[in-house]
Design a protein around this ligand. Structure first.
Ligand SMILES: O=C(O)C(=O)C[C@]1(C(=O)O)C=C[C@@H](O)C=C1
Length: 368
């Protein structure tokens, strides 16, 4: 019978051998991606324009295939995350991708950007949602990441309103489970906390927990969770922040309490914005903005063609229209791609009945 040391040495030799194979294969894959970039460069129609290196529809298909063929023992999502990073490194080899996000460093939006693009993307923090739109519009970065809705707090109106005037397109969505933690400087005694900083949305997401555990402690809303963490780190002893894991690491804070959000399924959806339209990935969503006249049956005339065509509407938001001329602006998410039936047909019917129909983008449904 072999000793523990002998058994481990044999298994570790096996692992070394497998690692050599994986390493070789990853570099082969990277060389393929480099050749893809050469083909894209050689076949671009306009030599003054960069070809499109980032292809979200292809990335979604690759990740779905990984998950479908996974036999374990690793969990499908875990394997997909590994491939997410491999593709991210391959894309960076083709062309580094710069992505603006609602900052500062350490926000949930940065976490969403990294979840979607992988850690080889260069993430650039912006102070406001408007600035993310502007930075992408000015082509200082290729893509932007902005929050669109939270399962507890509802839609982020500021993001929706930006789409009214912007020509940018939605090229993807990211879903993130939001876990909030009460963070303190090392060695802080929770009973001595006199002030808690966080973003107003996060304070709202933890309201019941705060009411029961810290009913008399001052709650101060600041511009972001990361800013709250920065203040807790700077101000010290009697101060805490509610923020996520990234902010905790960034500012060297400790977890006094974990997962303090009132709803355990608390999650936020983010959108990727850019200049390009995305082809079909076979499992897509389309987001539209509709301006309708203020008259009886306006909403019915928008919804009826989708119902008849069997198109599944997954979300509808109403926003007050600007200056009296139009009654409503509806933001609608639907299942399917704008270039494919039945969405195509339903969209052209609706557009003939409304003041304006703007397709904000068709994009792959979130994979991870
Ligand atoms: O298929 C492509 O167009 C590639 O550029 C290759 C690749 C990949 O690594 O698989 C890399 C980046 C794209 O976003 C999509 C896929």
């Amino acid at each position: 019978m072999a000793t523990e040391q002998e058994q481990l040495a044999k298994l570790r030799d096996e692992i070394d051998e497998i690692d050599r194979h994986i390493h070789e294969l990853i570099n082969q894959r990277a060389q393929c991606a480099q050749r893809v970039a050469e083909v894209k460069m050689a076949h671009r129609t306009d030599v003054t324009e960069e070809p499109v290196f980032y292809r979200p529809e292809r990335e979604a298909q690759v990740l779905r295939k990984v998950m479908e063929r996974n036999k374990g023992p690793l969990d499908s999502e875990e394997v997909a995350r590994l491939f997410r990073e491999i593709m991210s490194a391959c894309l960076a080899l083709e062309r580094p991708t710069r992505v603006a996000f609602l900052g500062p460093e350490g926000t949930f939006t940065q976490q969403a950007a990294l979840k979607h693009f992988g850690h080889s993307a260069v993430c650039v923090p912006m102070p406001t949602i408007d600035d993310v739109f502007r930075e992408v519009e000015a082509k200082a970065v290729k893509y932007g990441v902005v929050p669109i809705e939270n399962s507890t707090e509802g839609v982020v109106h500021h993001t929706l309103d930006n789409f009214r005037s912007s020509e940018l397109k939605i090229s993807g969505e990211v879903e993130l489970r939001i876990h909030q933690h009460l963070l303190v400087k090392p060695d802080t005694e929770p009973s001595r906390i006199t002030r808690i900083y966080s973003h107003q949305q996060s304070l709202a997401q933890c309201r019941l927990w705060l009411d029961s555990r810290f009913p008399n402690v001052e709650r101060i809303a600041v511009s972001s969770n990361a800013e709250a963490a920065r203040r807790a780190a700077a101000e010290g002893e009697h101060v805490a922040a509610i923020a996520g894991e990234m902010a905790a690491k960034l500012y060297g804070l400790e977890h006094a309490f974990n997962n303090i959000e009132d709803h355990p399924d608390n999650s936020t959806r983010f959108l990727i914005i850019g200049h390009e339209s995305v082809g079909s990935s076979q499992r897509d969503k389309t987001s539209i903005l509709v301006n309708a006249r203020n008259q009886p049956g306006a909403l019915y005339h928008i919804l009826e063609p989708f119902h008849r065509a069997g198109v599944d509407l997954t979300r509808i938001e109403t926003r007050p229209a600007n200056a009296g001329a139009w009654g409503y602006v509806f933001y609608i998410d639907l299942a399917g791609h704008q270039d494919e039936e039945p969405v195509n047909q339903a969209l052209s019917e609706v557009s003939s009945k409304v003041v304006e129909l703007k397709v904000l983008g068709s994009y792959p449904q979130a994979v991870l």
